[in-house]
Write a protein that binds this ligand. Structure first.
Ligand SMILES: *[C@@H]1O[C@H](CO)[C@@H](O)[C@H](O)[C@H]1NC(C)=O
Ligand SMILES: *[C@@H]1O[C@H](CO)[C@@H](O)[C@H](O)[C@H]1NC(C)=O
Length: 347
């Protein structure tokens, strides 16, 4: 009996070693540089929160897909504003900013909210004021690219598409009941199609990381929906929606049609499903399914990871295009881009 026990515990510990998957980081889309940056923190024994902040920040600096950071997704007035969230699964503490104006480093401002306030979310102009108090530099988030994008939408596309409903004049025929407050001019503007940045309208970097102490953190950063009504806050900075982390279970993050997705707290739901024993893939599917039941045309994806470093994803509404996400863990020499097929059966 004792022999058997020794044998059993020996093989169990061998099993545990061969299955070592943490530290690990997972990132939405193909945001490879963010994964590498976060991984460099984790592999040196760094803290998961630092990995998340650094990983999302590099995406803001490099303007990932034009949908994260400055110079993308102008709102109806032509201004780029930023949403970001960071969550600490060890303390269940959250820091977030929404509709942040004129400060590029939204993820780092969110980290300051987490660490230097008793609050969780700061918004708009007053989030900017907080950022400046914390020493962040105030500057325009408009670039020649975002300006051109807005000019084309306003003058050539007659403010289509937009996010208005049930207003007069009919938003499908006119620019909405709003008026631009900015001093953009259409003079000397060439109507070049901006296909490269038009690739995704709803796009977010979302990351979940587990460090070598088993601490789990998650975070997001985005410049939101293109031509949003000023003041709009998406899913990304909402805890449980854009991301969620709990050291005792795992973490999850979501990307897609934020206005719809935040109504279902998909990241929270995925974590709760894992708490109930679901695999990360099952948990992500449950979260996506819940939304698709009500909004069959929504576009989005959820990636989930449990505390052991097992991960999975599910997506919806991307057509035949698989949803990519990036993974790097201790067992890999290099990051790996995984994809998930959105056409799994809805039940
Ligand atoms: C990734 O980072 C490298 C080095 O900083 C840079 O040259 C490259 O353009 C980045 N990739 C993207 C997609 O931004
Ligand atoms: C995705 O799943 C659908 C339905 O199961 C299948 O027809 C399709 O070939 C799959 N696509 C890929 C790229 O695996």
């Amino acid at each position: 009996m004792a022999k058997l026990y020794v044998l059993l515990s020996l093989s169990l510990s061998i099993l545990a070693i061969s299955e070592q998957k943490t530290p690990i980081v997972i990132t939405t889309w193909n945001f490879v540089n963010s994964t590498i940056t976060a991984w460099n923190v984790l592999k040196q024994g760094g803290y998961s929160l630092d990995a998340i902040e650094k990983g999302t920040s590099i995406c803001e600096e490099q303007q990932c897909d034009g949908t994260v950071g400055y110079g993308g997704s102008p709102d109806e007035d032509g201004e780029t504003t930023l949403d970001a969230l960071i969550m600490d699964g060890r303390t269940m503490n959250v820091g977030a900013v929404a509709a942040l104006r004129r400060v590029k480093s939204a993820a780092s401002v969110a980290r300051r909210v987490l660490e230097h306030t008793k609050h969780s979310i700061l918004v708009g102009e007053l989030a900017t004021k907080f950022a400046v108090q914390m020493g962040f530099h105030e500057e325009t988030l408009t670039t020649s690219i975002s300006k051109r994008m807005w000019l084309k939408w306003y003058y050539k596309d007659h403010c289509q598409p937009n996010f208005w409903m049930n207003v007069s004049p009919d938003p499908s025929k006119f620019c909405g009941p709003y008026r631009t407050t900015d001093d953009f001019t259409h003079k000397n503007y060439d109507w070049l199609p901006l296909t490269k940045i038009d690739r995704f309208n709803h796009d977010t970097i979302g990351m979940v990381a587990i460090d070598n102490k088993g601490d789990i953190a998650a975070g997001t950063s985005t410049n939101g929906a293109k031509f949003k009504i000023p003041g709009r806050v998406g899913d990304s900075p909402i805890p449980g929606s854009g991301a969620y982390a709990d050291n005792t279970v795992g973490g999850a993050t979501a990307t897609g049609d934020g206005d719809v997705m935040l109504r279902f707290l998909p990241s929270f739901l995925a974590v709760e499903e894992m708490r109930r024993g679901a695999s990360p893939t099952e948990a992500a599917r449950t979260a996506i399914n819940r939304i698709a039941t009500h909004y069959p045309n929504f576009m989005g994806a959820v990636i989930a990871m449990n505390m052991d470093g097992a991960y999975g994803a599910a997506c919806h509404g991307l057509g035949d295009v698989p949803f990519p996400f990036v993974v790097q863990d201790i067992s890999m020499d290099q990051y790996k881009i995984e994809t998930v097929n959105c056409s799994w059966p809805l039940n």
